[in-house]
Design a protein around this ligand. Sequence first.
Ligand SMILES: [Fe+2]
Ligand SMILES: [Fe+2]
Length: 151
Amino acid sequence: MDAVFLLQADHQTIRNYFERIRAAEHLKDVRALFQGLRDELNLHTRVEETFFYPLFRSRRGFETLVDESYQDHQEIRDILTEIDDMPARSTEIVDRILSLQHRVDLHLQKEETDFLARVRDACTPDELEELGRQMEEMKNHERPRIHQEAA
Ligand SMILES: [Fe+2]
Ligand SMILES: [Fe+2]
């Protein structure tokens, strides 16, 4: 799959998690969904930081975008850790997830409207296909490990 489509599909998965969390009626469902969201976000940001950002960092016109994206990821990871550390019964978790959603939404929007649009212009379809293949390989390799750890 082409790298841009792959990242967009991940973004959609992440957005769906937030919607399901907002619709959840019980705190225990919120917690379970949050774990899925956290794993998805961690994997997505790691894939981007492994294959995607380093490739574009040195290209003209991408420097600021890439630097900001690393900072966004760090902020997102900090909020994820903070939520992870909240007491199991805390009802504040929902508020904190909503502020995480706001932060994540801004980042995904920036990537989609700016970053990915420029990537599409800067790469050939073959390059995007190859990049996507490497990203998928990493995801397939890492995903079973995450689920094993969660079990
Ligand atoms: Fe990102
Ligand atoms: Fe992304």
